[in-house]
Design a protein around this ligand. Structure first.
Ligand code: IPE
Ligand code: IPE
Ligand code: MG
Length: 255
């Protein structure tokens, strides 16, 4: 992996990726859409490896959105099967490399066997200290915020919390993984200039990097390019950096 030009001291702590373009990749080759998804799996594997090698703390992969149920029954079923098969095949290797797997999304709505596989994977890897790999499955940003709001309302109803005590930090505590730092870098492959209901709360100040490359053609080299571009940006978080202050300094105060 060619890490020339990467500043190891300023790596993004959390990279989130909208892995888009599998269907177009397949259709342009006269293949079934699911063949694009299958090919996408090896790219996800390559990106997980690269993030582990680089020492990235958190990687979140948008794997299946809460809206992807709107696709044909055939594609949805094939995707559920693929996610389960891949999880089963990859988990040993991930565990050996110290990866901790976590799932973001409404797990209880997934087919039983997939849910059980994911629950096993999370339990097996929960003490690992390497890369934290978050799989957003049946994930919707609005659903996550609505779920958090419901839990806050339940706490108020139980008398544990006053409405006046609800603030941004309290809401964050009710998100699917309150320990997850906000993504520093959000990558979208496939060229669409939209968020598609991904991590709406968490990406408030993420740096966005969109590539035309379809997910099955993505890889570690382009990931490194995204990180280099990220490192050349100035993050201001609404403030005006004072002259001579290093880029990004002080941001922690505002987060
Ligand atoms: C992204 O690829 C993967 C999932 C949504 C599961 P798409 O299937 O959306 O691919 P395009 O956007 O149709 O090319
Ligand atoms: C976003 O891609 C979801 C995933 C990558 C899992 P979509 O293909 O579903 O997004 P839209 O429909 O183009 O916005
Ligand atoms: Mg798409």
């Amino acid at each position: 992996m060619d890490t020339v030009g990467i500043d190891q001291s300023r790596l993004p702590r959390h990279i989130a990726i909208i892995m888009d373009g599998n269907g177009r990749w397949a259709e342009s080759r006269g293949l079934f859409r699911i063949e694009g998804h299958c090919r996408g799996e090896s790219i996800a594997h390559e990106v997980v490896e690269a993030c582990g090698e680089l020492g990235i703390g958190h990687l979140t992969l948008y794997t299946f959105s809460a809206e992807n149920w709107r696709r044909s029954g055939e594609e949805v079923q094939a995707l559920m099967h693929l996610i389960e098969t891949v999880a089963r095949r990859q988990i040993e290797g991930l565990h050996r490399r110290g990866v901790r797997v976590n799932v973001l999304g409404r797990l209880h709505e997934l087919p039983c066997s997939l849910r059980e596989e994911l629950e096993r994977d999370m339990a097996l890897t929960r003490h690992n200290c390497g890369l934290r790999l978050n799989l957003a499955i049946n994930y919707g940003g609005r659903a996550e915020i609505a779920d958090a709001a419901r839990r806050l309302a339940e706490r108020v109803a139980r008398g544990e919390l006053l409405p006046a005590e609800i603030n941004e930090e309290r809401l964050r505590e009710e998100l699917y993984d309150p320990t997850l730092p906000d993504p520093d870098l959000l990558i979208r492959t496939g060229g669409e200039m939209r968020i598609s209901n991904f991590l709406l709360w968490e990406i408030a100040y993420s740096e966005i990097w969109v590539t035309q490359t379809l997910w099955p053609d993505f890889g570690a080299a382009e990931l490194l390019q995204a990180i280099r571009d990220y490192q050349a940006r100035e993050r201001r978080f609404g403030a005006v950096p004072s002259r001579g202050e290093p880029v990004g300094a002080g941001a922690g105060l505002l987060l």
